[in-house]
Design a protein around this ligand. Structure first.
Ligand SMILES: [Zn+2]
Length: 146
């Protein structure tokens, strides 16, 4: 049940978030902004960035975190995850391997590359690369099983 709504694995869930696609049967989260006073940041969510925050934000170059909305955003209390940037944002977005610039994520998935980190990586790679070969194979292999 969980899998058919949110995506079958971390890769598929991350792809859904990256593509601004809501879980099956859910309402798409609306665009909007949210300020986190404790962190001194405001995250903007636009039509093209409904889960991973919009990078067209003057704060980004000095940010230490990227904000990602929960996939359950419209069915539970709106939840946000914070993913640490190791180094600086400009290096992260211009890297061929953005994953190496992503540190801690506040979600409870302790995998090295949780769906939030992957969604950020996919967003960054969008214009230059498609998915990493490993991810594509993982995704295709999974589809063959169903
Ligand atoms: Zn996470």
């Amino acid at each position: 049940m969980y899998h058919s709504i949110y995506g079958r694995n971390r890769v598929e869930r991350a792809i859904m978030m990256y593509k601004n696609q809501e879980p099956n049967g859910y309402i798409k989260p609306p665009p909007g902004s949210r300020t986190f006073r404790e962190l001194g940041i405001t995250a903007n969510f636009t039509l093209n960035s409904l889960y991973v925050e919009d990078f067209e934000n003057p704060q980004m170059p000095s940010r230490k975190f990227i904000v990602v909305r929960s996939q359950k955003f419209t069915v539970e209390r709106p939840k946000y995850y914070f993913i640490q940037i190791k180094g600086n944002f400009i290096d992260l977005v211009s890297s061929n391997r953005p994953g190496t610039y992503l540190g801690y994520c506040s979600c409870k998935d302790y995998s090295r590359r949780c769906k939030h980190k992957r969604a950020i990586e996919y967003k960054i790679q969008n214009n230059t690369y498609d998915f990493r070969v490993g991810d594509t194979i993982e995704f295709l292999t999974l589809n063959l099983k169903f």
